[in-house]
Every structure is written in C-alpha cells, then in structure tokens.
Ligand binder design. Structure first.
Ligand code: GTA
Length: 150
C-alpha cells in the first residue's frame, strides 16, 4: 500500500500557503502524516456521521470539524486523524469520492492539524472556495458569498 502513494506529493494538488516550512518539508509531512482533510462536505453533516464513515478505514484518534470563523458553525470540511499510516492511506484510497449526505466527498492527505486550521479562511468566514462559487449549492449555504453580495 505504501508504494501506491510514493509519489503523492506530485499527485496531491493542494498546497497550504500557511505551511511553515519548505516545499520539501511539506512533501515529507504529507508522506508521513496520519491526518486527512475531507472536503466538499455538506454544512449539515455531523461529526458522528464522519466518524461512522471513516471508522471503516481504521481506528480514529480525533476529528476536527471545519468552522466558519464568524458564526462558529460547520462550513463544509474537516480533519480526520488516524493512529496508523496504513489506515490513513486506506481512507484516501477507498473513501475519497464516496457519498456522504448525498455528496461526493474529497479525501486529501494533509500535513497535520494545528490549532487555527479549523477556521475557514474566506473573507466571509467560510471556506475560500465558497467565496467564488457561482452555482447554487443548498448543502453549502446556497450561492457563493460574492454572488450573494451582488
Ligand atoms: N490537505 O485540498 C485541501 C484543502 N483545502 C481546500 C483547504 N484545506 C485543505 N487541506 C488539504 N487539502 O486549514 C485546509 C486549509 C485550512 C482549512 C480551510 O482547510 O489548509 P480554506 O479552504 O478556507 O482556505 O481552508 P485555503 O485552503 O487557504 O484556500 P485556497 O487554497 O486559497 O483555495 C481553495 C480553493 O478555492 C481553490 O482550489 C479554488 O478552487 C478556490 N479559489 C481560491 N481562490 C480563488 C479565486 N480567486 N477565484 C476562484 N476560485 C478560487
């Protein structure tokens, strides 16, 4: 299994602009981490639902729900921390793209949770992608924030 993700640094498109290190350190962290980021979640999905789904990959150490920094309510992402690297890789391999609350979720390797990363970084408080979205998405607050302001 480990060999499957040998080149994950090349296939993981996301780069956290706030990672406090070099590109090499970032890639090294991705290869060793037991944390995954879960994206494209509904604002209404609960931690209990995430726990139930991700337990299929292995024992979970902790879940941190992503929150809107203004309203302090879920804003459509979370971090799942496992004990084992194999279970982490299994969650990316088998759970990414599966349906949770009628939505295909995206499971991405993450460099590791740190206090503060649970908050949306968009100007309106939620995730950056919800600032610019132009479609209507009832599971994620309707239209994107910029469209709503027009
Ligand atoms: N491991 O894919 C991810 C990921 N994402 C998207 C967010 N996080 C992720 N972690 C991993 N993989 O802790 C983490 C962040 C942070 C928390 C909230 O989730 O590290 P955020 O989503 O609010 O902000 O983060 P982030 O990640 O800094 O946003 P970013 O990278 O600028 O943009 C995310 C997406 O928004 C882009 O891929 C793009 O689709 C869209 N977007 C950004 N800017 C624009 C723009 N100007 N126009 C149109 N679309 C845009």
């Amino acid at each position: 299994m480990a060999s499957l993700f040998k080149d994950l640094a090349k296939i993981s498109a996301y780069r956290d602009r706030r990672f406090p290190g070099t590109q090499e350190e970032f890639e090294d962290a991705l290869l060793k981490s037991t944390t995954v980021y879960v994206g494209n979640m509904s604002f209404y999905t609960t931690e209990e639902q995430v726990y139930e789904l991700f337990s299929r990959a292995g024992e979970i150490k902790k879940i941190v729900m992503g929150l809107d920094k203004n309203s302090k309510t879920p804003c459509g992402f979370c971090f799942v921390m496992f004990y084992s690297r194999d279970d982490t890789e299994d969650s990316v391999k088998y759970i990414s793209g599966t349906i949770l609350d009628d939505r295909p979720i995206r499971v991405d390797f993450d460099w590791g949770f740190q206090e503060g990363r649970q908050w949306g970084r968009g100007r309106s408080g939620g995730q950056v992608r919800d600032e610019y979205r132009t479609d209507y998405d009832p599971g994620r607050g309707g239209y994107g924030k910029l469209v709503q302001k027009e």
